[in-house]
Each structure stands twice: as structure tokens, then as C-alpha cells.
Design a protein around this ligand. Structure first.
Ligand SMILES: [Mn+2]
Length: 373
């Protein structure tokens, strides 16, 4: 029996407020579905954040339904759990995934099913706060008790595990009881080599596209995991996806002009299947964002890229005290926001949104951007 494990597709995420980026996320999902069909898998596992929000747009639903239907036409079911992005508020509303249940998708939020002689169980994302009153281990022990007894048991989770989330108190070795043969985990966006604990395989699947910037992510391709459990051992293969290229460059005070000129040559020389997103980084002491933008405009770098993202920090000590006050105010606002927004990914998004809002010249421009965001 073969299955494809995918995760964190974040459908409906128009990153940087760009519809093109929204299409990229669907493209990646489509590739995953093609791989499932080509490899004749028996089913697909999706470990959460199927949608980017718990309120996907009609358009997002329609496109998702069309893709899920391609699997349904071939009798390939999808087993999925809700992630932190799409679990919905359980009091006011249900997970949007429930709407896809009639299309061959099964939501396993706290449930187990038997499928072709194996057991598949899942637990939706549980917040840190909720885990304080209901430890994960207890939840999983109860799930194990009630689950159909078969020779192979798959568990799906969408949680923050240490060491990938260094602040987390969850550990795969101590917080998951014995009794599962394959543990698929979503939430961490960088795919990992499988971990073996006795005979259990643990796979941190990673996302199918790039979401918020993580410096550890620069050198990892996005992909899906093909698992064959027909033999005595679990066969594992990582299949990379062809996602939009991201180019990362670190600039310096002294040589930023030259670096940008070289970058221009590199961008013109290379053939890309899609226009790349350029991520510029740097800690500057002597120059300002304006200096860099001037060169970027001169070189017309915008023409060679889909989007340019600035991850800069500037030393405020060389500018006037007035400017310094603004920098301090920023730091204060950021720390307050951090307290307010528990989810790190969401926090990064809000910070990036604020920094983008600062670049607008007038309120109409800003309103237009927010509508598309
Ligand atoms: Mn995610």
C-alpha cells in the first residue's frame, strides 16, 4: 500500500498581496496531486493548514474543490486534519475542511478510521494554552484506546515540536505514546529527513510553498513524501516540487551597489520558469533604505522579479535623535504586538504588513493594497 504525505498547502494565501503568489500555492498543490495520481497511491495524507484561513474565499473553495475532485475521480481519498490556520473557531464556526467532506476528503480531527486494513488517526492543532489542561500524551492515549485495531496505525498531528520550535515543551520522544507505526506532522514548514523511533517513522512534512521568511528555509526545496508500506520496512522517498524561485542576497554598507549590479546580471542570465521573488537582507550602519531603493530603480530590478522583499535593519545611531525616537517607538510597538499575537507566523505577517503600509504615499494606495491583501 502506498500513500502520499503532504502538508501546509496554505491554499488561498496571496502572499505579499499578490494574486500570482496565490496561484503559486495552487500550482504546488496541483503538482502534489499529479504526483499522487502518477504514483498510483491508495490515499493522500494532509497534516493541516490545507487552507490559509478558516474563511477561504469562494474562489479558493472552487479551485480547491476542482483539484480534490481529480483525486475523487480516481478513488483516491484524502485524510486531513485542521491546522492552526484553518481549524476555525469551534464556538462560532466549524473548520472549512468540513465543506469538502462530500468530495472524498475525510477530516480526522480527533478521530480514527479504518481504511483497507490499516488505521488512520488524527488530531487537529491544539493551542499551547489548551495543552496545559489536556496534555497531548493523554489525548493520544485516549485516541489509541478507541481506534480500530489493525496491524498498521498512522497518526496525523499539526503541533509545535522541539527542536524545530525551540520554545515548545513538546517532544516526539516523550509526548507521543507507543502504538503508532507512522507519525506524520505538519506545522513546521521545512521538510525533514524521517526520524526512526524503534519501528516508528516520524515525518515532518514541511509546506508545499514558501510562506513567511525563515533563514533556515533558504536551502531546502519544497516537496512531498511518498511512502510505501507494502513490505516489512517502510519505504520513503522525498519528491521535490517545482516552486517559484526565491533568491536571497545579503547586502553590505560598502558594496551594496556592486552586489545589486551583479544581481542584475545574474537575473538576466538565468532562465527561470517563473519570475523569482528577491529577498534582500542586510544590517546597515551607514546607508538607508532610500539609498538601496535608488539603485534598485536605476537597475530596473523590479522588471526581473515578481516581488522584492526587504529584510533590512538599520543602525539608528548615525541619524538624528528624532529618527531614533521613531525607531524606539517601532521596537515598543513590535514587542507589544508580540505579546498580543501568540502565533509566530501571524506576528511576522503583521510586522511585514505594517512595514509595507509605511511605504504608501496616500490613503487610496493603501486602501487598494489592503483590499488585495
Ligand atoms: Mn502552516
Amino acid at each position: 500500500m502506498k500513500f502520499l504525505h503532504i502538508s501546509d498547502t496554505h491554499l488561498g494565501y496571496n502572499q505579499y498581496g499578490l494574486l500570482e503568489r496565490g496561484k503559486d500555492f495552487f500550482d504546488a498543490f496541483k503538482q502534489a496531486i499529479d504526483i499522487a495520481i502518477e504514483n498510483n497511491v491508495d490515499f493522500v495524507l494532509h497534516t493541516g493548514d490545507f487552507f490559509h484561513t478558516s474563511r477561504p474565499s469562494n474562489n479558493t473553495f472552487l479551485e480547491a474543490i476542482n483539484l480534490v475532485n481529480r483525486l475523487k475521480d480516481r478513488n483516491i481519498p484524502i485524510f486531513v486534519i485542521s491546522g492552526n490556520h484553518d481549524r476555525g473557531n469551534q464556538i462560532r464556526d466549524i473548520s472549512p475542511l468540513k465543506i469538502l467532506e462530500n468530495l472524498g476528503l475525510t477530516v480526522l480531527d480527533g478521530k480514527s478510521v479504518e481504511f483497507n486494513g490499516i488505521t488512520i488517526s488524527g488530531v487537529k492543532y491544539i493551542s499551547k494554552l489548551a495543552l496545559r489542561s489536556y496534555p497531548l500524551k493523554e489525548i493520544l492515549e485516549k485516541l489509541l484506546e478507541k481506534a480500530p485495531k489493525t496491524d498498521f496505525h498512522i497518526l496525523m498531528l499539526h503541533q509545535e515540536f522541539n527542536p524545530y520550535f525551540p520554545d515548545s515543551n513538546l517532544y516526539i520522544h516523550s509526548d507521543i505514546p507507543e502504538g503508532f507505526n507512522y507519525i506524520g506532522i505538519g506545522h513546521y514548514h521545512i521538510p525533514q529527513e524521517p526520524i526512526s523511533i524503534n519501528d516508528t517513522k516520524v515525518v515532518f512534512a514541511g509546506s508545499t510553498e514558501f510562506t513567511s521568511y525563515n533563514k533556515n528555509e533558504e536551502n531546502y526545496p519544497k516537496g512531498v513524501h511518498l511512502i510505501d508500506i507494502s513490505g516489512k520496512q517502510i519505504d520513503y522517498k522525498f519528491i521535490p516540487l517545482q516552486t517559484r524561485p526565491f533568491i536571497y542576497k545579503t547586502l553590505t554598507d560598502e558594496t551594496f551597489e556592486e552586489e545589486l549590479k551583479n544581481l542584475k546580471i545574474e537575473l538576466e542570465d538565468k532562465e527561470f520558469h517563473k519570475k523569482p521573488v528577491l529577498v534582500l537582507k542586510g544590517d546597515f550602519k551607514e546607508i538607508s533604505q532610500r539609498d538601496i531603493k535608488e539603485i534598485i530603480n536605476e537597475l530596473n530590478l523590479e522588471d526581473d522579479t515578481l516581488h522584492i522583499r526587504y529584510n533590512f535593519s538599520f543602525d539608528s545611531s548615525f541619524v538624528s535623535s528624532e529618527f531614533e525616537k521613531i525607531e524606539l517607538k517601532d521596537e515598543f510597538i513590535n514587542s507589544k504586538l508580540k505579546e498580543l499575537i501568540d502565533d509566530n507566523e501571524m506576528y511576522e505577517e503583521v510586522i511585514s504588513l505594517i512595514s509595507q503600509l509605511k511605504t504608501f504615499e496616500n490613503i487610496d494606495e493603501m486602501k487598494k493594497f489592503l483590499q488585495e491583501f
